[in-house]
Design a protein. Structure first.
Lengths: 114, 114
């Protein structure tokens, strides 16, 4: 069955420290991969996406993610976290086809300490 | 930048009542979606809609639910007779329909069924 696992429910990082949020997926075909962020009271904002090509993708707000097919992973990274990055982060996978469902992980809540 | 909008932001209703959640997708997008997120759980796909008909739906999307595009801009989700377990955040999304598929999400409607 198709699934997305985000092993970390909650992570706390000091401001200025680096961040890595983990995402593993189970998918039969080559998936499209996404990271979304949800700030309190806000909707889901797309951070970045991977469709094909270079396995290291750059997104907004200084985030990047690396697709590793051998590990079925798509981890999100940021070299230096800012207090405004505190939010919930969702990894999602989808097929190479419009009009079909995205499958989301349960999300990782990021807290940033000063 | 164009965005998906949803109204209302919050809705409280009594069990057994009908509710209609409204969404205005991005204007040149062709595919529309509803997802929901029960508190503390993952975002779940409900339904996708294209060319005035449902293109995919999940097992959650039973006969209590319906979707409609009543005019050229709105996309609605109707819950016919709400249950307590329908309490959730409901997200609308839209996508352009190209091969590089990205779904853009609205801010959500928080529905509380009492």
């Amino acid at each position: 069955a198709q699934s997305v696992t985000q092993p970390d429910i909650h992570i706390t990082v000091s401001e200025g420290a680096s961040l890595e949020l983990r995402c593993n997926y189970s998918y039969g075909a080559t998936p499209y991969l996404f990271w979304y962020v949800q700030s309190p009271g806000q909707g889901l904002q797309l951070l970045l996406k991977y469709f094909s090509g270079d396995t290291l993708v750059q997104g907004i707000k200084g985030f990047e993610a690396e697709f590793k097919r051998s590990q079925s992973s798509f981890n999100l990274r940021k070299p230096s976290v800012h207090w405004s990055d505190a939010a919930e982060y969702f990894c999602a996978v989808g097929p190479n086809q419009a009009g079909t469902a995205l499958i989301f992980g349960k999300g990782t809540t990021l807290s940033v300490s000063s | 930048e164009p965005e998906v909008t949803q109204t209302p932001s919050h809705q409280v209703t009594q069990m057994g009542q009908e509710v209609i959640l409204r969404c205005v997708p991005i204007s040149n997008h062709l595919y529309f979606y509803w997802y929901r997120q029960i508190l503390g759980q993952k975002v779940e796909f409900l339904v996708s809609f294209y060319n005035n008909e449902i293109s995919e739906k999940s097992e959650i999307f039973d006969d209590q639910f319906s979707v409609e595009r009543p005019d050229g801009s709105n996309f609605t989700l109707k819950i016919r007779s709400t249950k307590l377990e329908d309490s959730a955040m409901y997200f609308c999304a839209s996508s352009e329909g190209s091969l590089s598929e990205t779904q853009y999400f609205g801010p959500g409607t928080r529905l509380l069924v009492l």
